[in-house]
Ligand binder design. Sequence first.
Ligand SMILES: [Mn+2]
Length: 318
Amino acid sequence: MNREAKEIAEKLKKSRKIAITSHIRPDGDSIGSGLALYLMLKKMGKEVRYVNKDIPQPPLTYFPHYDVIEFGDIYPQEFDVVVLIECSTEERSGQKNLDRYFRILIDHHLSNEEEVELNWVDPEESAVAIMIYELAFYLGVEIDKEIATLLYSGIVSDTGGFRFTNVNSKAFKVSAELVEKGADPVKVNRLLFENYTPEKVKLISKVLGTLETFLDDKVAFITMHKKFLDELNLKDVETEDIVTIVRSIRKVKIVAFLKENDDGSYRVSLRSRDNADSSKIAEKFGGGGHLHAAGFYSNKKIHTIKQILLKEFEKLDL
Ligand SMILES: [Mn+2]
């Protein structure tokens, strides 16, 4: 028995008007989970709206029922309850004035117990989609083909196709059940990983062209200059896949991905593996994150950022 899931289900059953929201710069797990929950609540006859702050990047825009997502603020509409999907804190949703509502928070990122009305955080789970799957049981909603597809997509995207360290036997078990209920692994893989435009592949080529490795190839730097996007007529593109390629270099332990912003500042994403701690480095630059994924902003010149980073990497026991 999952006490938290049961409590959340009881509250949702009693509610009539429900808002769902997920985190800023949304990923496949938050959108898949959000849409699945939307469909589940609709099936129960609820008045549901799924309102996000940020517009997702392709391929998330190809998810079934993507069109139901609204963009903007939840307040001032009246809702009995607001469900925050994959937001370790309310702030992560980009929404304001949510303290006026009864808030339910569902996430698998470790957080300091957020002050919300109902909180269900389980860092053991590979994806929030697995938690929403469990919630469906307590809601008494039958998982149809579309819900199964969305939840399965969430698990596949968060585990990088069952390749990342967060994958566990439960992820496989739930995925198997979702496939039994109609999720098509080939179609989902195609949607998530074989959905590039020629421009995106050209961008990958440009960014990979900037690759530099240091410290016996254990450290890699890549850069996405603003002009790369301009030349290809692209705007904020999903880039996680590019880092994944670089992190797959045999010896690489840590990748620094420097993305130039419109104003010439940089957003730096750090992706690492094994014992290389990304968050420790990001914190030194005023950012944060997890062991294997962290980031920070910097107004310094690119050359300086690289120099300081390299010094920090040298201190790590790679
Ligand atoms: Mn997730």
